[in-house]
Design a protein around this ligand. Sequence first.
Ligand code: AMP
Length: 277
Amino acid sequence: MKTVSAIHDLWNERKQLAEPVGFVPTMGYLHEGHLSLVRAARAECASVVVSIFVNPTQFGPSEDFSRYPRDLERDSALLEKEGVDLIWAPTPELMYSSDFQTWVEVDQLTKTLEGERRPGHFRGVTTVVAKLFNGVLPQKAYFGQKDAQQAVVIRRMVQDLNFPIDVVVCPIVREPDGLALSSRNQYLNPQERQAALVLSRSLKAAKEAFGRGERSADSLREILLNILHAEPLARVQYVSCSDPVTLQEQKGEISRSLLSMAVYIGNTRLIDNCLLG
Ligand code: AMP
């Protein structure tokens, strides 16, 4: 396994890789959720490239860019064990020169949900993912359903800009008690860690109600909110029952839906979601 940072070193290494190349973009501080993507890529591709880059342009000014956890040595050891061929770990200066001025933006799909609450976030995501794709030139790229809107937005970008890349979306990996794995979970103290279970618990309750025949978007949102509001350490930023394709908020009767939420547990902002139907 090799590690490169500069784009020319990446291109040199890329030439030697067996095709097809599978690519997993990450911000590092890897957990089993990331590794599930790596394993899917390993199973389906001749070579696997992982990028580790905490991308400054997708963080808002009041967000956690500088304190986001980083540990390249630990990440490298985990990826070596998974049989990864190449790590690309650039620095912000290598990715964004001082005269950088080209951005990739997906329009409608980024106006709701996370995009609505994190202005500029998806512009940063799509720009960096486009740059990562142009560096790695993979045949397949792996993303997690954990970031449901991101997956939809990246698919749109790939289609709209003719990237010759197959986007694969892998299921959410959870702790045994239901908490969706996230690098940000390490911000939680023990009491908050317990309170954070309210996200997956509320989704499970809504999913069960859907299973029993509940089809009202309002009722499903209410089920989520009632459970979330009962947890004193939780502060709900939004809950949503949206169309899984357009990401528009749903009204009336639904047949399928993306239930999603962002909830602060203490100062830590957590997201979770599930698909219905
Ligand atoms: P990040 O390092 O947070 O940017 O995540 C890198 C990739 O891993 C993204 O495609 C995420 O959706 C995915 N990912 C993060 N957490 C999970 C999880 N718990 N289960 C599955 N995929 C995940």
